[in-house]
Design a protein around this ligand. Structure first.
Ligand code: RUQ
Ligand code: CUA
Length: 661
């Protein structure tokens, strides 16, 4: 404990009290500070061998997803999603730029929080992963054949898109939920330009159900539900018996709009919102609610051409809770809850009572009974509130301080993270009794068991996603990568195996068995199937075409030269579009393309792929370009020149490789 000072600045009010209890009750000893000696064997993946699981970690403010191998903790890849990535030119190339379009314009970064794999029958199916951008409300779908973002969808009428991108048992829906309420445009609300202190009267929360086309994966906002202006924090769809339901935690039932730290921590109980999404969808499809105008961007990659296109959507169906009789309820829960998780059979729903020291477990049976008996204590904005004592199954006591999230191992145990006391607490679902606890380093947020949100968790490991790294690695200035910890959970006691640093601040992660994904990987793109409008399928087709101030360069790359590699006749003021096609037809032979003075990014071309990047030369001269990826023994030689002349020069377009221009 000596080297860990919890951040006092975030601990006020009730938290300070909890902290006092924490300090005076003493805390975990340092005996588990390091892993056991035989841990090395358990995480050692010999050279040339593969990991057992892929772990997809959201990167928080990196806006992307990074992929790690488990148990080794090796960083395998980063998938660009909501942020531009100069590694391969994602969000810089003409093909991919549209993926970052929103109704606010082009937004080159995001804040990814929850990675959710697609499911069939409550089990991972290896098709896609979904992830949300919290800041600019968006969802993305990544295809797991290419580890690429296929689609992004803006969520209208929403802000602080935190309780997303949770998916139903067959990925029929992905849901998104506002954390920050906002006033809604007319005719829905009273207009968006209102006084902030009219919060209670004008601001609204919003639940969005996004339908997933089972063939193409395409996302489509099916309907929304207007909600009271609470902060909706986390969500989970039911599983098994509860698979028609979706559950969300919320805090700020006080409806505070300033100094939430204090003002949203007044009520003893906040809520879980339970929606029967199947019923709600039925009601929506019967035409209930209002179709209102909205403006949001939907960006989809066309796999034939490789180009992402934006469609601006103009309408959305919004339901009111009063439309959803029998399909929407509040369950009270202590106090400013954060995470919510559903047990593998779908019978139990647990929430981390961030400002209490308990995990509350609800049972589906109790919820059903309370609904059948109309045990309604009151209604809030037409949403019936069931009574706590009716729906609660039990409180897990001694769940640590600041319990946030729960994961299940499929063997009857829940594991919750405790942020303030920096520990993982294991308890029995049957008895609600704590059976083990293990310190984490430090301040754990999410935790994940491979398949922990499915009907059949793979178990075996648990990964703690710690928020604070401090002294666990060599220091790297004031900022350090987040520190994750891998535990073995096959025995009665958790066993710490490995610390490994990861990019950004992963808010959560999902592990898929390698066998579900690895054999399906795309290794290169078939040139004959490349229907990019700017493809150059052979060197003889390479050309440079001027149309006014626009110059299109149709270029090829193959070991170890570009065609053309000498270009003349470019003038200041031109807009030069380089369309480079990698002619290789072999796995893992990308070429790069970088032009001196280019103000966006270099590009990386996968075998058989065409990418386009725009260059606006501003100064006369001869500009070298080269391949950035060490592709062959003659990679250094893979270079060329572009001559840029003044605006009024009469140098004509000329180009070629191995010829005098
Ligand atoms: S959050 S540390 Cu953004 Cu899922 Cu809980
Ligand atoms: Cu191509 Cu280096």
């Amino acid at each position: 404990m000596s080297d860990y000072k919890p951040f006092k600045t975030i601990l006020t009010g009730g938290m300070a009290l909890l902290l006092a209890v924490f300090i005076f009750s003493g805390c975990s000893s340092s005996k588990n500070h390091t892993a056991n000696d035989d841990a090395a064997d358990q995480v050692y993946v010999p050279p040339g061998k593969h990991d057992e699981f892929y772990s997809f970690m959201s990167g928080g403010w990196t806006g992307n997803i990074s992929v790690y191998g488990i148990p080794s903790g090796r960083h395998l890849y980063t998938i660009p999603v909501f942020s531009q990535d100069p590694t391969d030119g994602y969000g810089y190339t003409e093909e991919t730029k549209a993926l970052l379009n929103t109704s606010h314009g082009f937004i080159p970064w995001g804040d990814t929080h929850h990675v959710e794999p697609s499911k069939t029958d409550g089990l991972y199916d290896g098709r896609w992963v979904f992830v949300n951008d919290r800041n600019t409300p968006r969802l993305a779908r990544i295809n797991l054949k290419e580890f690429r973002t296929d689609e992004t969808l803006e969520i209208p009428n929403t802000a602080g898109n935190h309780a997303a991108s949770f998916t139903s048992s067959n990925s029929e829906y992905v849901s998104a939920m506002s954390e920050y309420s906002i006033p809604l445009p007319k005719p829905l609300g009273n207009g968006t330009d209102v006084a902030i202190d009219s919060y209670a009267e004008n601001f609204k929360g919003m639940c969005t159900m996004v339908k997933v086309d089972q063939k193409t994966g395409h996302l489509n906002v099916d309907f929304q539900i207007e909600l009271p202006p609470f902060d909706y924090d986390l969500g989970r769809f039911g599983l098994g018996e509860s698979k028609d339901w979706v559950f969300y935690t919320d805090y700020n039932s006080e409806e505070a709009h300033t100094m939430l730290e204090v003002n949203a921590s007044q009520n003893d109980k906040d809520f879980v919102l339970a929606i029967n999404w199947k019923k709600a969808a039925k009601i929506a499809h019967q035409g209930k609610g209002q179709v209102v105008s909205a403006e949001y961007d939907h960006n989809v990659v066309n796999h034939k051409t490789g180009w992402a296109k934006t469609e601006v959507k103009k309408k959305v169906r919004v339901l009111q809770p009063s439309d959803l009789e029998g399909a929407i309820y509040f369950l009270p829960g202590p106090k400013s809850p954060h995470g919510i998780n559903v047990s593998p059979q779908g019978k139990y729903i647990s929430i981390g009572g961030k400002l209490s020291s308990t995990v509350t477990v609800y049972s589906l049976d109790n919820i059903r009974k309370a609904i059948a008996n109309h045990d309604v204590s009151k209604t809030i904005d037409d949403i019936p509130v069931l009574s706590f004592k009716d729906v609660e199954k039990e409180q897990v006591k001694k769940a640590g301080l600041g319990p946030l999230h729960v994961e299940y191992d499929g063997k009857g145990y829940g594991y919750n993270s405790a942020f303030i006391s920096s520990e993982i607490v294991k308890w029995s679902l049957k008895t609600g009794k704590v059976v083990d606890r293990h310190p984490t380093y430090y301040s754990i947020g999410h935790l994940t068991v491979p398949g922990g949100d499915t009907r059949k968790p793979y178990g075996k490991y648990l990964i703690g996603l710690n928020k604070i790294t401090k002294d666990r690695y060599l220091p790297t200035g004031p900022e350090m990568f987040a520190g994750e910890q891998l535990f073995d959970i096959t025995g009665d006691r958790m066993k710490l195996l490995l610390d490994f640093p990861v990019e950004g601040e992963p808010h959560n992660a999902a592990e898929l068995p390698a066998s579900l994904i690895d054999t399906a990987q795309v290794k290169y793109y078939d040139l004959d199937e490349n229907h990019n409008p700017y493809v150059t399928r052979s060197e003889s087709e390479a050309k440079v075409v001027r149309k006014g101030h626009r110059v299109d360069v149709y270029m090829t790359a193959i070991r170890s030269h570009f065609m053309p590699d000498n270009i003349e006749g470019i003038k200041i003021g031109d807009e030069v579009h380089f369309h480079v096609t990698n002619l290789e037809q072999e796995w893992d032979i990308p070429h790069g393309f970088a032009m001196m003075g280019m103000r966006n990014a270099g590009i990386l071309l996968m075998p058989g792929e065409t990418r386009s990047i725009v260059w606006n030369p501003t100064k006369k001269g001869v500009y070298p370009f080269y391949c950035t990826d060490f592709c062959s023994a003659l990679h250094q030689e893979m270079q060329g020149y572009v001559r840029v002349s003044s605006k009024n020069s009469n140098v004509k377009i000329a180009y070629g490789t191995n010829k005098e221009l």
